[in-house]
Design a protein around this ligand. Sequence first.
Ligand code: SF4
Length: 349
Amino acid sequence: MKQPSLHDWVALEQFRRSRGLEPDRLRRVKFAIYQLHEPIGVALSRLRPADAQVLLSEFDLEPLEVAATYDSTVDWSKKFVLRTSGGELLESVLLRASTGRTSVCVSTQIGCRAGCPFCATARMGLHRNLSAAEIVEQVLVVARAARCEGRRLRNVVFMGMGEPLDNEDELQRAIAMLLDAQGAGFPARRLTVSTVGIPAAMIRLIDRFPEVRMALSLHSARPDLRSRLVPWSRKHSWDELQAALHYVAQRHDSAAPVMIEHIMLAGVNDGADDAQALIEYLQGIRAHTNLIPFNPVPHAANWQPSDRARRDWFAGQLRRAGIFTTIRYSMGVDIQAACGQLALSQRAG
Ligand code: SF4
């Protein structure tokens, strides 16, 4: 029989009652795991040895094993290739920004069916959704590594392998655990969900978690081009997506405009028409546009990154139109940090 995960709080509560443990003792264990990021063995030392022994034998304590890590030599990112109990590989990335802020980028699916042609994960297709426990465990694995360096995780971005809103129930469960004061206790505004845009799911997410930030991977405001860059977007009408985006932007508090992600592909979506279409698309929306340098992937040699001058020019067009715009430094070029590249190459290897 499959063992419940340590992150299955219903099973954990049943364990507590069956062992006659006072609630506070279990709370202290959870605090040690989720907020102090202690290794499981250390956290369980807060229990009586007999109780810890039962917990060890009845629960799946670490649903993900670190298969490999890769440190970038050109920036401060570190990629984790993690193995599930079924032997599948997924990726998480520790992002150490020069500002000192530490973030983790987590995966929500093994593979993805959104089909973006510039993305390594798309080549896998969708294998399966990750469970809430597997999503939360990624945060903890990376948090423990950060803790060993004297860093504390500040942000969680759901921007790794997969389309988070295609795994809506488990995503929402994971977010609830990360926000819960008895769990990781993250402030909601430090969590960002990146989506290619599933309108109904965007609205449900923001209705339940109005302070969680949302990032729309738009990549082009020209419908024909967008349907090539994000094939899954053909499932929803352009108007439906725009209505959902307006709704999300209104629900966000004033300090958190909705994020618009725009990958910069040379000669594809970085021209004057593209800038103008984006400016028009964002009329009336309080948005923060993030221009993302493209990390080339081996299977798509025809896609090339826009050069620095073009990125700066494009950003200038948006800023002149009053749109808050940043250019993200593309992390981990030397460690295949474009999502899915390492898991894909290790599967093939
Ligand atoms: S870029 Fe994101 S949404 Fe698109 S295929 Fe890759 S993982 Fe899926």
